[in-house]
Design a protein around this ligand. Structure first.
Ligand code: HEM
Length: 156
């Protein structure tokens, strides 16, 4: 990457291997969590890999989820009628961030504020899409998330 080029969030966090480490460890914890365990009781063994592919694409990496896993409409479909609530959403976000800390993922203010921003947005949409009457927009584009207001990593 040229020195003056701002990395994507995907590059900054370490690419697909780092994301798969994150989701594998995260869903191990989810399984044993009192609030979230029952919600994910029937989760497929490939679920952590699929979510890593989704996050990779959102955070500026390759279009793995669109090309191999049905794209954004498929993800939305997975949340329909799950009746998720704010308590479960908050636990989901908190556990993911704790797992990122445990794994020593980048914790600079710029990266973490962008990551938290995406997780807040995405998890709130998951709750909305899980309520009775929610429908899937088959043309929904994949979200794209960047550094936001901080514009890039801190350079001393
Ligand atoms: C940024 C937030 C989120 C993202 C990016 C995300 C992503 C995904 C993706 C990509 C899938 C489909 C996986 C596949 O294709 O196999 C999925 C399924 C699912 N998600 Fe989420 N999700 C988010 C938030 C949440 C939250 C907050 C909850 C619950 C508290 C939740 C519960 C579920 C469940 C129960 C499934 C189906 C699991 C199964 O196969 O049994 N998601 N999610």
């Amino acid at each position: 990457m040229p020195d003056n080029e701002v990395p994507t969030l995907y590059q900054w966090l370490g690419g697909i291997d780092a994301l798969e480490r994150l989701t594998n460890r995260f869903y191990e914890r989810v399984r044993t969590d009192a609030l979230l365990g029952p919600v994910f009781a029937h989760m497929d063994a490939a679920h952590p890999r699929h979510v890593a592919a989704f996050l990779a694409e959102v955070l500026g990496g390759p279009s793995l989820y669109s090309s191999q896993h049905g794209g954004h409409p498929h993800m939305i479909r997975q949340h329909l009628n799950r009746h998720l609530d704010q308590a479960r959403r908050r636990r989901w976000v908190a556990l993911l961030l704790e797992t990122a800390d445990d794994l020593g993922m980048p914790d600079d203010p710029e990266f973490r504020s962008a990551l938290v921003g995406y997780l807040e947005w995405g998890s709130r949409l998951a709750v909305i899409n899980s309520q009775p009457g929610a429908t899937v927009d088959e043309d929904a584009p994949m979200p794209q998330w960047g550094w936001g207001e901080v514009k890039g990593p801190y350079v001393a």
